[in-house]
Each structure stands twice: as structure tokens, then as C-alpha cells.
Ligand binder design. Structure first.
Ligand SMILES: *[C@@H]1O[C@H](CO)[C@@H](O)[C@H](O)[C@H]1NC(C)=O
Ligand SMILES: [Ca+2]
Ligand SMILES: [Ca+2]
Length: 368
């Protein structure tokens, strides 16, 4: 398929045979603090602007892809789906300090710290799992964007040798990200992998529209960044992590992150080289699991690094943009290059980006 794959910091088209269409316009490289450039769990994206128009028309509206099937569901099937959907917890509204004046990665727009109010909402206690996503797809015949595009980004460290050997291109600034044909939510580590033994792990390789489609089907929606961050903090003020300020209180791991020397050696001291089953680590004070680490989570907000310090009520981000905000970091994050598993940390992707460390969870106004 004719597409160009872009990184935020570097744009490169390595293989002209595969990427026959479109010239690769260079993006300007913003100044970034040490530790942010080349972040392995950060800025991977498809370049939506370079997509051929005809590829995007037929299935551009996610509603087209799933509503018909959803209407044909039997009531028995609906009961089964209900059972597999995530439990939710009430997040009582209130005021909190969003962002920080002491940013880990200033270029990400973590600051300034600002007073924000959010109304009460319910939030999935866990990331949406493969099984939950499968029940959605079974009921609706929904086809994800990665399936339509025919490929997705997979971290080199989890690919089989045979798949790796077939790949002749990489992203210059982050050579550990490989565009893999046949990688999608059903085949998260590449075409020769499947989800049979990881049904309780977060679904991956889902675009922003895929996440929105799932949440709407479940009568839910994606959280705003403010809701996500408020929930992440679990009522704690000025703490970096959902559980407090220490990464490993009493020597315990509280999140599925990367230990060791990225990207070459993952010691998996926390027990997991890749994703973990959801709820494998302690919940925060609101009863939410894996807010930091495991899979990155899409939010509904468009990305900006400029925030007003005027007090905000239920902010929803800029009205438009090119990238969506994702939160929480992933199993690939290590302080040395991706210090983004903090509540105020943030990163961005184009909405059609999909990768082996990016998932989501849903929220709703009322109880489900
Ligand atoms: C989806 O359908 C497949 C094939 O019928 C079945 O094996 C699987 O258990 C279903 N998944 C869910 C979550 O209902
Ligand atoms: Ca880990
Ligand atoms: Ca997460």
C-alpha cells in the first residue's frame, strides 16, 4: 500500500518500492529536551496527509462499519457482550491541578500546572482487552484501520526472526519500530502471532477511530485528557505516579514498564517483557488499573502544548488538530528515553496510527 510512515521528529521513506506514492515532505524538528528525542513509546504515526484519498473514502466513517451489524445482534448475544465488557468505577468530580510546573519532558506541554474541574463520570477499571474487543468485532464485523491499511508498527524486540528478516525498512530515528504487514489486533506481534493466549491483555494496534467505535458500541466514549489525568492521580496532589512519588515503593512494581537497557535488553523485572494481563499490578486509590504502563491509552482530545492557566471546567482540548493525545506510557517506557509513565505526561499520534503498545479504555457519564 502506498503510504509514508512518519515520526514526529524525523520523517523518512526508506523503501521506495513499497512507498511508491507521495513525496516525503520533511517535518521540522522541534527542540526537545534530553531524553525525549527518539522516544520509543512516543511519537510514532502514520502521516494522514499523505494517504491516497481513495483509500480513505469507503470506510472513513466508523459508524458505517459497525452500526448495521450492531443492529442485527440477537438479545442473547447482547447479554454475552455485556458480561465481557469492563467493570466501571465512579470517579467523583472535583477540582484538581492538571499538568506540572516541574515537567519531566517540557516539550510535551506538561505544564503549566493549572486548576481544572471535571464532573463525575464512570471509567473502565482496565484497558479494553483483546477479548472485549473480540466480542465487539464478533457482534459488528468491524474492521480496524490497521486491517484496512494492511500493516501496523511492531516493536522489533517482539517480532519473530522470520518476520524480521522480511522487513527491509525501518524508521530512522527509532529503528526498533518496524512496519509489519499483517500486524493488527488479531496478530499483535506480527502475522505469525495471535491472541489466543492473551485474551486478557490490552487490545493493541487500534487507531483512534477504532477506539471510538468500540466505546460507542459499548455505549461509552473515550475520556478527555483532563478526565484521564484526574482519574490517574487517584485524588493525590502533586504526585508523579498514580500511587505516589516513588516508582517502586517497598521494592514493588506498580506498573508494567521496561527495566534494563532500552531497546536491547529487557530484564522484565516486573514480570513482563510485553503487555501483561490487565489488572496485574495494584489499582490506584480510585480502583483503576494500569493507568501507568502496559498500553498507552487514547484520549478524545486533539493535541496542543499550549494550555491556558484560566480555570477550566470539563476541558475538551482544542477544537481541531492533527494529532490526538495519548496518556500513561507503555511496557516499553523507561526513564532513560521515555519518562512518560507519569499522570501529567503525555504524547501524541495521528488518529490513524496503530502500534504494538497503544490501546485505550472508555468512560461514560452514567453507570452502565
Ligand atoms: C468470537 O467469535 C469466535 C468465533 O466464533 C469465538 O471463538 C470467540 O469466542 C468469540 N469471542 C467472544 C469474545 O465472544
Ligand atoms: Ca515490563
Ligand atoms: Ca495503560
Amino acid at each position: 500500500m502506498a503510504r509514508c510512515l512518519a515520526l514526529f521528529f524525523v520523517f523518512t521513506c526508506v523503501n521506495r518500492v513499497l512507498y511508491t506514492r507521495g513525496s516525503c515532505g520533511a517535518r521540522s524538528e522541534p527542540t526537545v529536551p534530553q531524553g525525549a528525542a527518539g522516544c520509543g513509546c512516543g511519537n510514532l504515526k502514520r502521516d494522514a496527509a499523505l494517504e491516497p484519498v481513495e483509500d480513505r473514502t469507503a470506510s472513513a466513517d466508523p459508524d458505517d462499519k459497525y452500526s448495521r451489524g450492531a443492529n442485527e445482534r440477537s438479545s442473547e448475544a447482547q447479554g454475552d457482550e455485556k458480561k465481557t465488557q469492563s467493570q466501571m468505577v465512579l470517579i467523583s468530580g472535583g477540582q484538581f491541578l492538571m499538568g506540572t510546573d516541574n515537567p519531566g519532558i517540557a516539550a510535551d506541554g506538561e505544564g503549566p500546572q493549572r486548576l481544572v474541574h471535571v464532573d463525575s463520570f464512570y471509567m473502565d477499571i482496565q484497558e479494553v482487552t483483546n477479548q472485549q474487543f473480540q466480542s465487539f468485532v464478533n457482534a459488528t464485523a468491524y474492521i480496524t484501520e490497521a486491517e484496512t491499511f494492511g500493516d501496523s508498527f511492531v516493536f522489533e524486540g517482539i517480532l519473530s526472526e522470520s518476520v524480521k528478516n522480511q522487513i527491509t525498512q525501518a524508521v530512522a530515528a527509532a529503528p526498533w519500530w518496524l512496519p509489519v504487514k499483517g500486524a493488527n489486533w488479531r496478530h499483535p506481534d506480527g502475522p505469525d502471532s495471535n491472541i489466543a493466549n492473551i485474551l486478557a491483555h490490552p487490545v493493541l494496534h487500534v487507531s483512534w477511530a477504532d477506539a471510538v467505535a468500540y466505546c460507542s458500541w459499548a455505549n461509552r466514549r473515550l475520556p478527555t485528557e483532563a478526565e484521564w489525568e484526574y482519574a490517574c492521580r487517584g485524588g493525590l496532589k502533586d504526585r508523579r505516579y498514580p500511587w505516589g512519588n516513588k516508582l517502586n515503593p517497598k521494592g514493588q512494581h506498580y506498573a508494567n514498564l521496561w527495566q534494563g537497557d532500552f531497546p536491547n535488553h529487557n530484564s522484565a523485572e516486573d514480570g513482563y517483557i510485553k503487555t501483561s494481563p490487565v489488572k496485574s499490578f495494584p489499582a490506584n486509590a480510585f480502583g483503576l488499573y494500569d493507568m501507568a504502563g502496559n498500553a498507552w491509552e487514547w484520549t478524545s482530545d486533539w493535541w496542543t502544548v499550549h494550555h491556558t492557566t484560566d480555570q477550566q471546567h470539563n476541558p475538551t482540548g482544542p477544537p481541531s488538530g492533527t494529532d490526538k493525545v495519548k496518556k500513561g506510557g507503555s511496557y516499553m517506557c523507561h526513564k532513560s528515553y521515555c519518562y512518560r509513565y507519569r499522570c501529567e505526561a503525555r504524547s501524541q499520534n495521528t488518529p490513524d496510527s496503530t502500534a504494538s503498545n497503544l490501546g485505550f479504555r472508555c468512560v461514560s457519564r452514567g453507570q452502565q
